[in-house]
Ligand binder design. Structure first.
Ligand code: ATP
Ligand code: MG
Length: 250
């Protein structure tokens, strides 16, 4: 391995935005001088419907370009000279209605890994762990298009977890889910947190997610307020974090 690669891998990966302005049709959605999202961060992104949560995540994932400002990535392994070194794919964005591949649950879980050069034993370990974590064991041979909303979300997070991204953005990961599905998804998110994955988690209202977060980004009045204080959940859904540890034994 080259020394420069080693240095890159030791650096914390991060995406930062400077003087960001986003407008649609002359209407300002938000305007923010500085934002930094890095490995180890667990950030709760709050904002009313239509305030721009999904748009911000897509900007940080390199899927859309802001009207003004720079979005810069640091600490990621350098791309070969023939590939453009853009933001795309550095932070994984999981859509609020996740797209699944046509085919079985197993195919969805294994496809991305088949593209990576990793030993078969490690590949199998990751698949087994993802299946257990998402409790998808009974559904492996089911067609992904037949899954319920909660099962789809679990599969989408497990599929993202399998490729072990350094930064992961989950858009409304527990909205429209019953308590049991919420608990499972929160356990998966907690596992990602334990793994040191940087997480940006959106929801229009405080919820079970907030108990896991260490920072708060709030989109309101066309700007983004950042704070190290995370508001408590408004609802009775106060998550007991000891329930959230996946696969740990006392
Ligand atoms: N490509 C686009 N062209 C024009 N307007 C857009 C486009 N994408 C988003 N918008 C508008 O920008 C605003 C913010 O949308 P966004 O999806 O980011 O909000 P959100 O905070 O994620 O909302 P929700 O809580 O409903 O998911 C909305 O008013 C939306 O209609
Ligand atoms: Mg949205």
């Amino acid at each position: 391995m080259m020394i420069s690669d080693t240095l890159q891998e030791q650096q914390t990966v991060q995406i930062s935005a400077h003087n960001l302005l986003m407008k649609f049709n002359q209407n300002t959605l938000f305007n923010v001088p500085e934002l930094t999202f890095k490995q180890g961060d667990v950030i709760y992104l709050q904002g009313d419907n239509g305030s721009g949560k999904s748009t911000l995540m897509k900007i940080l994932a390199g899927l859309i370009t802001p009207t003004q400002g720079q979005v810069i990535s640091q600490g990621f392994a350098p791309k070969p000279w023939w590939q453009p070194d853009n933001l795309f794919g550095k932070a994984v964005y999981l859509h609020q209605h996740p797209y699944l591949f046509e085919g079985t649950v197993k195919y969805n879980l294994t496809y991305a890994l088949s593209q990576l050069k990793i030993p078969v034993s490690e590949r199998n370990d990751r698949i087994t762990q993802a299946v257990n974590m998402a409790q998808l064991g009974d559904l492996l041979n089911h067609n992904a298009s037949d899954l319920s909303g909660g099962e789809r979300q679990r599969l989408a997070i497990a599929r993202a977890w399998i490729i072990q991204p350094k930064l992961l953005m989950l858009d409304e990961p527990i909205s429209n889910m019953d308590k049991q599905s919420q608990r499972l998804v929160l356990a998966m998110i907690n596992q990602l947190k334990q793994d040191g994955t940087g997480l940006l988690l959106s929801s229009h209202q405080t919820c079970g997610l907030t108990a896991l977060c260490q920072q708060h980004w709030h989109i309101k009045q066309r700007t983004i307020h950042t704070s190290m204080h995370v508001p408590a959940a408004e609802t009775v859904h106060q998550t007991n974090t000891t329930e959230l540890h996946y696969g740990t034994t006392d």
